[in-house]
Design a protein around this ligand. Sequence first.
Ligand SMILES: Cc1cc2nc3c(=O)[nH]c(=O)nc-3n(C[C@H](O)[C@H](O)[C@H](O)COP(=O)(O)OP(=O)(O)OC[C@H]3O[C@@H](n4cnc5c(N)ncnc54)[C@H](O)[C@@H]3O)c2cc1C
Length: 247
Amino acid sequence: MQFSDAPDVLVVGAGPVGLTAAAELRRRGVGCRLVDRLPARLPYAKAVGIQPRTLEVWDRMGLVREALDAAVPMRGQLVYVDGAEEARIELTLPEEVPYGFAALPQYETERVLEEFLARFGTRIERGTELRSLTQDADGVTARLVTASGTEEEVRTRYLVGCDGAHSTVRKALGLTFEGSAFPEEYMLADVEVDWDLPPGYGVRSLHRGADGAVDDLLVCIPLPGTGRYRMSMLVPPELSAAPGAAG
Ligand SMILES: Cc1cc2nc3c(=O)[nH]c(=O)nc-3n(C[C@H](O)[C@H](O)[C@H](O)COP(=O)(O)OP(=O)(O)OC[C@H]3O[C@@H](n4cnc5c(N)ncnc54)[C@H](O)[C@@H]3O)c2cc1C
């Protein structure tokens, strides 16, 4: 077991939330360590839509140019019902709003934030997992296991839990997770398509069954690159892994 002190803050989890927390601390001169149990960034698009307000925040932080260089503008959405175009929604904004909507895959958001953080000399300590923590009136003691398998006990003033939906920090603090998962199962893919739909528009295509209820759904979100989209669709029963599903 190795014993160490973290600078003021230990941030657990280097997804968009942990990277943002670490970047905000570092740019205000607060020392922090940032750990993530994954050995590398995941290559899946995951969260893609960037709101105009996020771009304003990134502008204030000083990384909006890098983000926009990697993103594509989102111009609107095409809605199809049973194969026919039903609506074309334009994402227009009042003139005083400085940025529009954009599409940026999550791995690019994470890359931009990670590179920004590196400017302050802070890098993600990858392959490092938080196993447990205890807190007292003066701070937090965290037990980490590093990529080499070394156990490390870290003493820090604050620990910020940014470790996602199955958070170890949340469970260690006995906090509840209200709500439940949606019953629908989706399958996702990043694909290149050859079609004549206008670039920069998301596509939402519904199919209704004989009873009028939606029985199939395809959602396509533009990604940077020619003809690239993140597509998601309902999993048909014969491909479902859910208990009780056909197949
Ligand atoms: C397949 C998929 C598609 C998605 N599509 C969309 C979408 O279209 N739009 C949308 O808005 N959102 C989407 N999401 C959700 C989006 O990815 C999450 O909302 C977002 O990642 C949350 O960011 P976060 O930083 O809170 O957590 P995460 O991105 O989950 O990051 C948490 C990090 O903590 C690390 N970690 C976890 N436990 C520990 C531990 N004990 N010790 C150290 N590190 C730890 C993990 O390795 C991870 O890197 C999608 C998610 C998935 C899985």
